[in-house]
Each structure stands twice: as structure tokens, then as C-alpha cells.
Design a protein around this ligand. Sequence first.
Ligand code: NDP
Length: 247
Amino acid sequence: MFDYKAPSQLLKDKAILVTGAGDGIGRAAAITYAKHGATVILLGRTTKKLEAVYDYIEKQQYPQAAIVPLNLDGAAGHDYLELANTIESEFGHLDGILHNASLLGERTNLANYDPVLFEQVMRVNVTSQLLLNQALLPLMQKADNASIIFTSSGVGRKAKANWGAYAISKFATEAMMQLLSSELQSLSPNVRANAINPGATRTNMRASAYPDEDPTTLPEAEDIMPLYLYLMGDDSLNVNGQSLDAQ
Ligand code: NDP
């Protein structure tokens, strides 16, 4: 596991957007960020799940969260504009984005991959990240320091048979992180971009990808949070353009 012990109020007074915050790793990251003092903006497609995370954060007496129901498959320009306007009016700036939401798509070879599903996976896993960054960069430029974290995968560095659009989307995510981090150095040096490869983690997505695996052999999402904290907080101010392993 990545070795980092975060100060208890590492993210105090920071406003952080987490996509796919209703379940799995995104849920754990949102709660962990709130526990460390952040106001988290919970973005996802299933409002009930977001509400459950919101309620949990409230019950723990962490800073009050905000909910943004948004399906990243089919979200249009005005949705992103509305999101930026809401964040601007409530917080004035944005200190971080965790790009976490993803679709697994089909586990099949490219010869048989459904092209409609291919485009859907690319929209959710790649295009939505571009649109979010474009809409929210002006708000991140207003922060003292801001961190953009992308979520990669082992198959985003070395593709393996039958991982299809998912693997391609994770290679594209690595490229987007590298492009953004180098472009930001002159455009907006207060904003940095890095990626995390979570490694095998006990979530619904992992169970869909490996139905025969015993999930109790895997770490839980809460266990992999040290790297998520490190890259979001100011202890990583000098880290830019890196793709790191959470485990
Ligand atoms: P889960 O499937 O458990 O969670 C994914 C989250 O993304 C869910 O909250 C889901 O919402 C949300 N989401 C999916 N599609 C959309 C959409 N169209 N619009 C908005 N939100 C959406 O996955 P994990 O927690 O396992 O994965 C988190 C990240 O980690 C992903 O990027 C994944 O690729 C990556 N990863 C995970 C690994 C693992 O072993 N778990 C290993 C390597 C990488 P809803 O709950 O409503 O479906």
C-alpha cells in the first residue's frame, strides 16, 4: 500500500469534486476527503446513492457536502456550465477534481466489440473528463493550489486481451493527464494533474470483471486511500504528471 499518513485536517477549507461518488472507490474517497476537512461535491448518476453518502457525511459531522446528480453519458455543454456556475456561486473556486467514474463495458475481443458500447465507454471514461476540466479550470485557477486526479488502471498501461474500450479509455486517460500536466505548467502553474492506478479493489466493478474471484481476498476501497489523500493535499505540491500505484 502507498505509504502516507495524512494530517487530520489535510484538506481543511478545500472544495473537491468527486465523480462516481455514490459507490466503490469514489464513495470511499468522498468520505475520506470530508473526514480530512474538505467540502466534497458528490457527482454521480444515481441520486439515491449520492444522498446516502451525503447523509453519512452529515452524520459524522464532517463539513456539509453538496450533491450534483449528473449522468456523464449524455451530459451536454449546458450541464457542465451549470455545474461550474453552481460551484462558483457556492464556493467561488475549486481546489480539486477526482475523476473516478468509469464504465467497464464488455469483456470481449475487439473483433466482436459493440461499436455503440465502445462510444459510450469512451464518452463516460474519457470525453466527460475533458468537458469537466474545460468547464472547471477557470475555478481551479482561482484556488491557491489545485489538484486534478485521474483514475487509471493496470490495463491503461499494458493492455490485455478482452479489455476492449475500457483499456483504450484508460490509455487515453493517461495521455490526457500527461497533456494537461505539461500544458498547465505555463497556463496555470497552481494546478497539477496526476493519475492513480487503484489496483485490484473490492467493488462492484471488480466483481463484474472477475466474477469467479473471492472478493474477501481483495483490499477494500478504504484501504487504498493514502495515495488519494496524498495527491489531493498540499504535501504533493511538487508532484505533477505522475501515474502512481495506490497499492
Ligand atoms: P464502481 O463501478 O464500483 O463505481 C463506479 C462509479 O462510477 C459508480 O458510482 C457509478 O455510478 C459511477 N458512474 C458510472 N457511470 C457513470 C455515469 N455515466 N455518470 C456518472 N457516474 C457514473 O467502480 P470502482 O469503484 O471499482 O472504480 C472506480 C474507478 O477505479 C474507475 O475509474 C475504475 O476504472 C478504476 N479502477 C478500479 C479497480 C478495481 O479493482 N475496483 C482497478 C483499477 C481501476 P452508479 O453507482 O450509479 O452506477
